[in-house]
Design a protein around this ligand. Structure first.
Ligand SMILES: Cc1cc2nc3c(=O)[nH]c(=O)nc-3n(C[C@H](O)[C@H](O)[C@H](O)COP(=O)(O)OP(=O)(O)OC[C@H]3O[C@@H](n4cnc5c(N)ncnc54)[C@H](O)[C@@H]3O)c2cc1C
Length: 389
């Protein structure tokens, strides 16, 4: 457990610091030297993801009885932060696998589903995906049109999901898909676990994206895809809950990714500002430059504290919807600012694809969009404040 009281400083425990150091060392030695090439070639580095699984990164927050380390949500945030400090593609591969694929199985799965899907996920043996977004709508889950009808004792799924992470690479084992199910004259959402390889489940080729080039994002087509009753995850007609409950935890993951990316950008900018001279002195001596760096350092620390606070509340079993939304909203906007200032401080070199600077700039923008756009998060916070329905 992390140590935090309402008015004290936040400090990581010895175990959390040891985990952070392990992941930092791995990220610096095994990821940093290759991240530029993976970005350029849009390569999904399955071997490195597998090695991270062997290190325990996928199971940090899951209970030991389900293959995890039982180390809690703060430790998980620290892992994602350290990965994003070096490579956001790897960070989102881990973050999405844990929070939007593993967590729904932990929260809503039967014992059999946990053994089959969660245990290997937590041990890093396979990846899971969660598919809610459709070409016709992401923020508005009510716009979902994918359907599942009963036929011969099976569920038959038809529809298309857009922008889905971790669904079609060599480690992908299953996707949780939300679909409209006819019940009592209505059609509420239900969630189903669809194994990769199921007839009629067709992951398309990866998108070409602005950033996160080394992560796996695809459109998924369900074409008369048949799954048995045991595929239903959570109660029939409660798919919105299966989707929305883990989303709060997912937002802590994106907040942690944002803190890590911003930290990496700040470190790059600081090193360059000390080394680059203009008008006879390092540019860091110019107030215009060192004020930027001082502002970023302050904002990153604030984002980190918001993130750890939300994670500590989750870990303590307390409500954290508003705190997770606030952490993600603030941290993602800090990340975009840090990536932009990093590029600005690098001047023309920042615009050339020979360093990590442009990669960080391209990777930052999705952080204000995925798992709740900044606009939707303001709405979530306002609703928690009692300002709107
Ligand atoms: C790389 C990547 C990976 C992703 N991974 C996954 C995944 O694994 N699983 C998954 O299900 N989805 C995934 N997504 C989808 C992502 O969660 C959605 O893109 C996001 O939720 C926004 O939905 P949308 O793109 O349909 O935008 P829209 O919902 O169409 O929104 C468009 C714009 O309108 C604004 N807007 C919408 N409604 C309102 C409102 N009520 N008030 C004010 N503004 C509003 C939004 O803020 C946004 O600016 C991923 C997306 C990307 C790009």
């Amino acid at each position: 457990m992390s140590t935090m009281t309402s008015c004290q400083m936040f400090e990581l425990t010895d175990d959390q610091r040891a985990l952070r150091d392990t992941i930092r060392e791995f990220a610096e030695s095994e990821i940093a030297p290759h991240a530029g090439e993976w970005d350029e070639t849009h390569h999904f580095p399955a071997d490195v993801v597998r090695q991270l699984g062997e290190l325990g990164a996928m199971g940090v927050a899951f209970p030991e009885e389900y293959g995890g380390l039982g180390a809690g949500a703060v430790a998980m945030a620290v892992v994602v932060e350290e990965l994003a400090r070096i490579d956001s593609s790897i960070a989102v591969t881990v973050g999405a696998n844990v929070s939007i694929a593993g967590e729904p199985v932990l929260l809503f799965g039967t014992e059999e589903q946990k053994q089959r899907w969660l245990v290997p996920l937590a041990r890093g043996e396979h990846l899971g995906a969660f598919a809610s977004t459709e070409p016709g709508g992401g923020s508005d889950v009510r716009a979902s049109t994918t359907s599942a009808r009963r036929e011969d004792g099976c569920w038959v799924i038809n529809g298309t999901k857009a922008f889905i992470t971790n669904a079609g690479n060599e480690l992908s084992a299953f996707v949780i898909v939300t679909a409209r199910t006819p019940i009592d004259g209505g059609a509420p959402l239900s969630a189903f676990i669809v194994p990769n390889g199921t007839l009629g489940y067709e992951p398309q080729k990866p998108y070409r994206k602005l950033g996160w080039h080394a992560s796996d994002t695809r459109e998924l087509v369900f074409n008369d895809c048949r799954v048995p009753d045991e595929a239903l995850l959570g109660p029939l007609g409660k798919g919105a809950r299966v989707f929305l409950t883990p989303l709060d935890g997912g937002r802590i993951g994106v907040a942690a990714m944002s803190v890590g990316l911003a930290q990496g950008a700040l470190e790059q900018a600081t090193a360059y500002a000390k080394e680059r001279t203009a008008f006879g002195a390092p540019i860091a001596r110019q107030q215009a430059i060192h004020f930027k760096l001082a502002d970023l350092k302050t904002q990153i620390e604030a984002a980190r504290l918001l993130t750890y606070r939300a994670a500590a509340l989750k870990e303590a079993g307390k409500p954290f919807t508003e705190e997770a939304a606030a952490a993600k909203l603030f941290a993602s906007e800090v990340a975009v600012r840090a990536a932009e200032e990093n590029l600005q401080i690098h001047g023309g070199f920042g615009y050339i694809e020979e360093s990590a600077v442009p990669r960080f700039y391209r990777d930052a923008k999705i952080l204000t969009i995925g798992e709740g756009t900044s606009e939707i998060l303001r709405y979530v916070i306002a609703r928690q404040m009692g300002l709107t329905e």
